[in-house]
Structure formats: C-alpha cells, structure tokens
Design a protein around this ligand. Sequence first.
Ligand SMILES: NC(=O)c1ccc[n+]([C@@H]2O[C@H](COP(=O)([O-])OP(=O)(O)OC[C@H]3O[C@@H](n4cnc5c(N)ncnc54)[C@H](OP(=O)(O)O)[C@@H]3O)[C@@H](O)[C@H]2O)c1
Length: 292
Amino acid sequence: MTAQIIDGKLIAQQVRAEVAAKVAERTAAGKRKPTLATVLVGDRPDSAAYVTSKGKACQELGMGSISEHLPADAAQEQVETLVKKLNADPEVNGILVQLPMPAHINEERVLALIDIEKDVDGFSPINIGRLAQKGREPTFVPCTPYGCIYLLEQAGVQIEGANTVVLGRSNIVGMPAALLLIGKNATVTVCHSRTRDLPGIVRQADILIAAIGKTQMVRGDWVKPGAAVIDVGINSVPDATKKSGHRLVGDVHFDEAKEVAGFITPVPGGVGPMTIAMLMKNTLHAAEIQDP
Ligand SMILES: NC(=O)c1ccc[n+]([C@@H]2O[C@H](COP(=O)([O-])OP(=O)(O)OC[C@H]3O[C@@H](n4cnc5c(N)ncnc54)[C@H](OP(=O)(O)O)[C@@H]3O)[C@@H](O)[C@H]2O)c1
C-alpha cells in the first residue's frame, strides 16, 4: 500500500486564498486592513528569514505588516516597552514575537504581555491555559499545531477516538498539538526524550505527529499500517546533487513510511507552508474580533 500524500502546499494556498478573499471583503466595506506586527530581537538568519516571509505573506494577501527589529543586546525593558506600544496601537491587530529570543531575554514575561486579542501566535499563558481546559476555547490556536490538525481534517482523517501519538512536548509544537487533539476527542500519548520503547508506542498510533527535530528517526517499521503521519520536523542534510549542497527532510523516513501509512505529509511541502497560512488566518481573526 502506498500512502495518500497530504499536499500542504496546496491546502495552504487554499487557506491563503480564503483569507485574501475575506480581507478584500473587509477593505471593500471600508474597514482597515488586518495588520500584523512582527518583533525580531537580534540577527539570527533563520529568524530574520521567517519574519521576512511572514511580512511577504501579509502583502500577498492584502494585509498590512509592520516589522520591528531590536538589536541582539536589547534590554528586557526595551522589548517589553515595544510590545506594550504595539498593544496600544489601534493599527496593529496581531503581534508576533519571533522565537527564540536572545538568551538574556525572559521570553515568558514578554509573551505574557501580549494583549490576548492580539496574540496571533497563541503562545500567551492565557491562550495556552484555555487550550488546556475542557470546554474552553483559546482566542487563537498556535499556528503549527493548528496547521497539523487542519491537514488531518482536510484529508478526512477521523480524529475522534483515534489513538494518537505526539512525538515531542515543546511549547511551540508538541504540547499544544497534544492539547488540541485531546480537545477533538483523540486519545493522546505524548513522547519525549525520556520515553522508553518509542517504536513500540508509535506502532499503536492511528495518527502520528512527529515534532522532535531528529533526522528521519521514525522508520517505516514503526508505523502502523494505514496510520496518518504528520511530519513537523525540518532537518537539513548534506546533498551534493543540490546547488545549495543540502536538502530538507523530516523526522520521519518518508520513503519507508509512505509504503505503510494511509496518509503522510512530505517535507518540504507538508506542515511547513501551513504555519504561515494559519498565522494569516489568525491575523484576520484578530481583526474580526477587534473590528467586527
Ligand atoms: N513546519 C513548521 O512550520 C515547524 C514549526 C516549528 C518547528 N518545526 C520543526 O519541528 C521540529 C520540532 O521543533 P520544536 O520547536 O518542537 O523542537 P524542540 O523545542 O527542540 O523540542 C523537541 C522535542 O522532541 C523531544 N525529543 C528530542 N529528541 C528526542 C528523541 N530522540 N526521542 C524522543 N523525543 C525526543 C524533546 O524531548 P524533551 O522535552 O525531553 O527534551 C522535545 O520535547 C524541529 O525539526 C523544527 O524545526 C517545524
């Protein structure tokens, strides 16, 4: 059996087109463009590239973007003052603080300052707290886990009642993904670096979300036949056939797993494109809340 490939690039394009259409409707009705402010502290090239692509996506969808950049040695107070300024700015609907920030910055304090109605990344303690509580809805769902669930739903995978294994328990991906899945009535096992017999646990999964950042660690014989496999991992491996000298692979050994799984996301072109698409959806949602 060969798995059905879940085309994240195509699904992300559809989400973006829906967002662009709603943005156009709002601006035609005389409302302000939904606007995202990004905050970058320091000069990490990967973070700078992510912030640039988020600004570009805003422009492509007819949304506004404001890019704030502080030096790597910015003081905690400077970052907090900037977030407070963006909270108070009526032009700004969503605030995204690019992580990780330099080590001397207390990220938790910065994230906790973001106005709940502008927390489009969904990482404020209030949003995560609501996600963790039965019967409560977060104002915003963190973008990458939101993208994972959206892909499963678009592929028609039944989440309710499914034995689901989440590999990784980070605040950004694994933990919010597990909470979302519990909210959708899946039975969830969360694995991490201290988990024993990972292959044995993964073999039980009707749905597997892999978010560990370990190159092709999940082998084909770990996968339950017919399972849905969502690969969040982004790992760079040397490849002399590429101009760049490297290529991206996931946490799952795609070629092996696709022979066993029922559904699988590729890397690149799976979860990756969904993250920015869901951020755009959240930014539109922020504008809808603030200016119904
Ligand atoms: N597609 C996207 O848009 C997107 C977005 C975000 C991240 N990512 C990618 O997703 C991956 C995970 O990102 P992250 O930010 O969640 O990473 P992270 O913060 O480094 O967390 C990794 C998690 O995996 C667990 N882990 C590490 N090695 C393991 C092992 N050998 N066996 C079992 N568990 C192990 C860690 O366990 P402990 O908790 O015990 O340390 C931790 O919970 C990375 O490749 C990242 O690049 C992709």
